[in-house]
Design a protein around this ligand. Structure first.
Ligand code: ADP
Ligand code: MG
Ligand code: ZN
Length: 212
């Protein structure tokens, strides 16, 4: 038999969608199953995303899995060289925050037999394609586009609505951090407002903040 037929085939799986669409839940579900099958799994997340935990990936429904926070894709590659045994599955959360150097790495990993599962926002809050995700979608073997529930009308939501601007403060006086989850809402196309939805800020937090 030709040797390459004995090799395990790698694959690129992308899980995308807006905020709250269950991307992290789905990533965790797939990685847990791989661990049950005793596959060697490594999970990365961008170190800037420490909203819930420094070293775990945490979903909005509080599901958790240990991960390695990395500053850039090169650090992922370095981490892999430090492992005693070759990895079989690589998980990446919030992949939209990495630069385009992630793309050739993901492709090389898949070509060398690794299953790569990456989750990330396909669009930013303006509805624009986000970071390396559009390219990864194009080269993926398997794409899952998830939906959240539109908080205004209940329809399937494909967009992330920003409801607070960076310089604004919440009613309790906290400064909004980029990515803070109460700064965003899931919205359908019809309810999505490009940019910050000032109408909702005024309506729901009247007298408590200045809308500019
Ligand atoms: P993502 O990674 O896509 O932001 P998570 O996997 O972290 O999403 O969280 C998904 C969970 O978020 C859902 O199972 C649900 O409990 C919760 N959730 C909160 N708001 C919404 C919403 N508007 N639509 C759907 N799920 C929501
Ligand atoms: Mg997530
Ligand atoms: Zn809607």
């Amino acid at each position: 038999m030709e040797p390459f037929r004995l090799m395990r085939m790698g694959v690129i799986e992308i899980i995308c969608g807006p905020m709250f669409s269950g991307k992290t839940e789905e990533l965790i579900r797939r990685l847990r199953r791989a661990k049950i099958a005793r596959q060697r799994v490594v999970v990365f997340k961008p170190s800037l995303d420490n909203r819930y935990d420094e070293i775990q990936i945490v979903s909005h429904s509080d599901q958790r899995i240990p991960s390695i926070p990395v500053e850039d894709p090169a650090m992922m590659e370095y981490c892999l060289t430090q492992l005693a045994l070759p990895v079989e599955v690589i998980g990446i959360d919030e992949a939209q925050f990495f630069d385009s150097s992630l793309i050739p790495l993901v492709e090389n990993w898949a070509n060398s037999g690794i299953r790569v599962v990456a989750a990330g926002l396909d669009q930013d809050y303006l509805g624009q394609p986000f970071g390396p995700i559009p390219h990864l979608l194009a080269i993926a073997d398997m794409v899952t586009k998830q939906y959240a529930v539109c908080v205004l009308c209940g329809a399937p939501a494909t967009k992330s609505q920003r409801v607070w601007a960076n310089h604004q403060k919440t009613p309790s006086g906290e400064k909004i951090l980029v990515g803070a989850h109460d700064a965003y809402e899931a919205r359908c196309r019809g309810c999505h407002v490009r940019g910050v939805d000032k109408a909702v800020v005024v309506a729901s937090h009247e007298n408590e903040t200045t809308v500019v």
